[in-house]
Design a protein. Structure first.
Length: 116
């Protein structure tokens, strides 16, 4: 199994920045990627970004391109999400995600609140 623990959420004004972290533990040697989803109040969970462990290839939702940057530290089994120029519509619970042998793993989430 894989355990994911997020940190770094909080309250920030529009235009500000936050950095989220996600530390993976357990069966991490076979992971191919890690990523972030978010869920705003009353809305469905949506994809934000993803990074592959080996090549470091990245993918972003159109809504965050140019503002968010995902990165990884393989030695620490940790993925980061640097969020800049935050907007009120970025307010959501952010969840770390990965898949191992066909099983989805999720963190408990960290709340990001962007005030206008």
């Amino acid at each position: 199994q894989v355990q994911l623990v997020e940190s770094g959420g909080g309250l920030v004004q529009a235009g500000g920045s936050l950095r989220l972290s996600c530390a993976a533990s357990g069966r991490t040697f076979s992971l191919q990627f890690m990523g972030w989803f978010r869920q705003a109040p009353g809305k469905e969970r949506e994809f934000v970004s993803r990074i592959t462990w080996l090549a470091g290839s990245t993918h972003y939702a159109d809504s965050v391109k140019g503002r968010f940057t995902i990165s990884r530290d393989n030695a620490k089994n940790t993925v980061y999400l640097q969020m800049n120029t935050l907007k009120p519509e970025d307010t959501a619970v952010y969840y770390c995600h990965t898949v191992d042998t066909g099983v989805d793993y999720w963190g408990k989430g960290t709340l990001v609140t962007v005030s206008s």
